[in-house]
Design a protein around this ligand. Sequence first.
Ligand code: F1X
Length: 392
Amino acid sequence: MPHTPTAPVILGNEPGSFPRGVLAERHPAIIRQVREAFPYGPDRHGALDALLANCTKGTIEPLPADAHDRDLWAEWGLAEYTGRSWYDIPWLWSESWFYRRLLDAVGYFTPGPWQGIDPFRPFKLAELDAPETDAELAALDDLTDLPAADRARALLHGSLWGNRADLGFRLSDASADSKEAAPGLVADDSDTLWSLLPPAGAGTLHLVADNAGRELVPDLLLVAHLLDHGHVERAVLHVKPYPYYVSDATTADVVDALRRLVSAPGAAASYGRTLWSAATDGRLTIRAHPFAAAPLPFAHLPTDLRAELATATLTIVKGDLNYRRLVGDRLWPPTTPFADVTAHFPGPVAALRTLKSDVITGLDTETEAALVAAEGQRWRTGGTHALIQVRP
Ligand SMILES: O=P(O)(O)OC[C@@]1(O)O[C@H](CO)[C@@H](O)[C@@H]1O
């Protein structure tokens, strides 16, 4: 019998816990920011007021009878959680539900003037247009003279640390921008990662993207390098089908990032052109599967997506939320082997993640002890540590 490890699912009801803070403070802050960012009329303000009351004090309510995705949410457990407090059900579920309901409140799915308007777009664009993005793109010129393998490693680290502070994280943590990245990684399987992506590889990379802007740009640069240097023949970029977790990338965000790259000075533009032509000839495809915004762990991948990922040479899973979905949003003992908790995944998988929630696996005993001695449990959520974990 294979060993199937398990641990308590994270809920939002533990007083003083990080998840409870997200439900009780971060979500109201996000409602406030979105409200202030658009000239919504009284109907939208009323709907945002109702959501604020519901998500902090109310219970999970059914979707309207004509909701386009009623069947999906039924499959994803809505009936089981209806009538229960947002705090008492799996945190992963209530967070996804928040973004789904926020989009309802701003009219994203309703025929009318606000249909399809991304409520997070002003924040995403501000980041893409920021001087820091210019500086990051200009730094690519310095990589040009490096041997290709060193450039690849630098781009891998760019993609990893690009995850450091997503916009949702920054809304409730004013110091997130100024935090120094810890020098070391808490786990580093990058040698295994490179062994799965040798030069002259003929396979397909799947990259499950996380945030737009300053995370997506380095993700795209890494993909461009891997395509350009023949590590893979094709790449598939998985994005969200609708705005989610404030800064998660959608197709529109990929377009913005690509346009930013091709119009940049210096080396950045040639990465952009590589990607643009790969998209044009089918070597780079974008996928926005509904399951990308599902409130469930990847152990519940639907059949079509499971079959697709089974053919991948490697799937790179970016970011904190995708890590939670990959290993299961549970309070694992930190030394639980990463290979055990990802055994369900249909092919080789790599996680690139900065640590922004309680979930962690795959640490060795010494690393965990050193982190606890230095920081108590703050290292789990502070966004200053990172990992590269691979299950071949
Ligand atoms: O997936 P990302 O962008 O790296 O992080 C998402 C995040 O900010 O949102 C969750 C709390 O809302 C946490 O899992 C994590 O801190």
